[in-house]
Design a protein around this ligand. Structure first.
Ligand SMILES: O=C(O)CCC(=O)C(=O)O
Length: 262
């Protein structure tokens, strides 16, 4: 990955980026990947879709409608099934180095496709990623790398500025495949005053803390998919409720199967 422009900016970025992330709970890095690098990631994603999907369990591939392959919406844990994406998350990549800069000592836990197919792509409910991971302390981050244009029509990201300083919020089960937990008291005065919507171009990187409240709209366009890659890094000192997490995931997969969603 040799984005010269990015390397030239790296020192400035490194100086300012952590302060911004710590203050707001997120930071937006425009042009984090060059167009060539985005093209490579997209080619690898196409290869994954063609060659890997046929050989992985059903709970690793989500569609809005499983009978319509055009409605592909999420590919969780791609790092478990493919060396290219394993390296992207855990190798000595720009993503990993940035995660290390923001949280000293990280483990790459999940690399997933986050896609909203046109017309049927559902909204992402308001949530905090830290709630899903069952860890203490809730210390980690998610990077969201745009592969398509994302905007108000097809599902830009909405962050609640400063919400990472206010602790974990109550969540409960949603019926949204891939985002099974949503904040139950979302929409209080703080949320409404501090939420900001971000659009993205391919190659832009949005990074948020594991406690930052965020959501996204559905894809209301007729022909513009909105694809992104999501990278989850957790602090390497967190304590995980591994049993609770495994039990929850097993139950969830059983529910989706029963409902015919996967
Ligand atoms: O892409 C989206 O709609 C949501 C992304 C998200 O919630 C996340 O990366 O944590």
């Amino acid at each position: 990955m040799g984005n010269v422009e990015f390397r030239a900016q790296w020192e400035d970025v490194a100086n300012g980026v952590k302060a911004t992330f710590d203050e707001h709970g997120y930071v937006v890095l425009r042009g984090f990947l060059s167009s060539d690098e985005v093209a490579e990631a997209r080619r690898e994603l196409d290869r994954y879709i063609a060659d890997v999907i046929p050989n992985i369990p059903v709970d690793c591939v989500f569609y809005e409608d499983k009978d319509d392959l055009a409605t592909l919406k999420q590919l969780p844990n791609m790092q478990d099934h493919d060396a290219y994406f394993e390296n992207m998350l855990r190798g000595d990549t720009r993503f990993y180095r940035l995660a290390e800069l923001l949280v000293d000592g990280v483990v790459g836990r999940n690399l997933q496709l986050l896609r909203k197919p046109p017309a049927v792509g559902l909204p992402t409910p308001p949530h905090q990623d830290g709630y899903y991971y069952m860890v203490q302390p809730v210390e980690g981050l998610t990077m969201w790398l745009g592969l398509d244009v994302a905007d108000e029509e097809n599902g830009g990201l909405r962050y609640v500025n400063g919400s990472h300083k206010l602790g974990l919020r109550p969540h409960s089960r949603t019926q949204t495949l891939g985002f099974s937990q949503g904040i139950t008291d979302y929409g209080n005065a703080y949320d409404l005053e501090h939420e900001q919507m971000y659009t993205a171009e391919p190659g832009d990187l949005l990074v948020h803390h594991a406690l930052t409240v965020h959501r996204a709209d559905g894809n209301k366009s007729v022909d513009r998919p909105r694809a992104a890659l999501g990278f989850v890094y957790l602090w390497d000192q967190v304590e995980e409720n591994a049993e609770g997490l495994a039990a929850y995931r097993e139950q969830l997969a059983a529910d989706w199967l029963k409902q015919g969603k996967i």
